[in-house]
Design a protein around this ligand. Structure first.
Ligand code: OGA
Ligand code: MN
Length: 221
């Protein structure tokens, strides 16, 4: 086994331990600085060229825009054909999904991902990532792309941790470059606190249903 495979396994094992014990997990260095740099350039470039939309809430007929709830801008990514800069990230994610499916029997078969940009002052109020009429989302993942992000910059991801006894607890996570956060979409309420700087990330959901329209298999078109 080469060193890289082994270190990936260690990383995935640490994530699994966090998920099972706390309902969330965090991995620093999920992306290297160079990988972050490439993705950040692609995302910021597309944002500046108007490739993003104002994010909404809900799905289909329930969809609404509400600036009092969330203020981020997003661009959906095609995970069957990701932007060049995102390929290392998608590759590692696929490996992670295979590992999670083997170890946790999660049955992840699909995902959806988008770039997100929170302009200065933007936030996302406390919420859960599952829609009332679909429970397909199992794990939420966020990978951050912000170099030199300090506590004073705000923009923390606040995770509310359910307690069996006693008052509710929360943890605040800084959106620092290369860090991956992963949590249970069904149970963990969370919010994004207002930030003082533009805040970049890739956000996604690992799902256990099949896509409505599967892409044709290679050689089958
Ligand atoms: C979301 C979300 C968290 C973050 O997009 O649903 O909660 O830290 N994002 O960006
Ligand atoms: Mn969320």
């Amino acid at each position: 086994m080469d060193a890289k495979v082994q270190s990936n396994e260690q990383l995935f094992e640490a994530l699994i331990t966090g998920l099972l014990t706390e309902g969330y997990a965090l991995a620093d260095g999920f992306l290297s600085s160079l990988e972050v740099q490439d993705i950040l350039e692609a995302s910021a470039g597309s944002y500046e060229q108007g490739g993003f939309n104002i994010a909404g809430i809900g799905k289909q007929q329930y969809y609404q825009l509400n600036r009092n709830i969330r203020g981020d801008h997003i661009q959906w990514l095609d995970h069957h054909n990701p932007p060049e800069a995102c390929r290392p990230f998608f590759g590692r994610l696929q490996e992670m999904i295979r590992y999670f499916n083997r170890s946790l029997y999660l049955g992840i078969r699909d995902m959806e991902l988008h770039f997100a940009v929170y302009p200065e002052g933007a936030f996302y109020k406390r919420h859960l990532d599952v829609f009332q009429h679909t429970k397909a989302r199992k794990l939420s993942i966020v990978c951050y792309l912000n170099f030199e992000w300090a506590v004073e910059d705000g923009g923390q991801l606040r995770l509310y941790l359910p307690q069996e006894n006693g008052p509710e607890q929360h943890v605040d996570i800084l959106p620092v470059a290369g860090r991956l956060v992963c949590f249970n979409s069904q149970t963990l309420e969370h919010e994004v606190l207002p930030g003082q700087r533009k805040r970049f990330s890739i956000t996604g959901w690992l799902k256990d249903d099949l896509p409505l329209f599967a892409p044709p298999l290679p050689g089958n078109s």
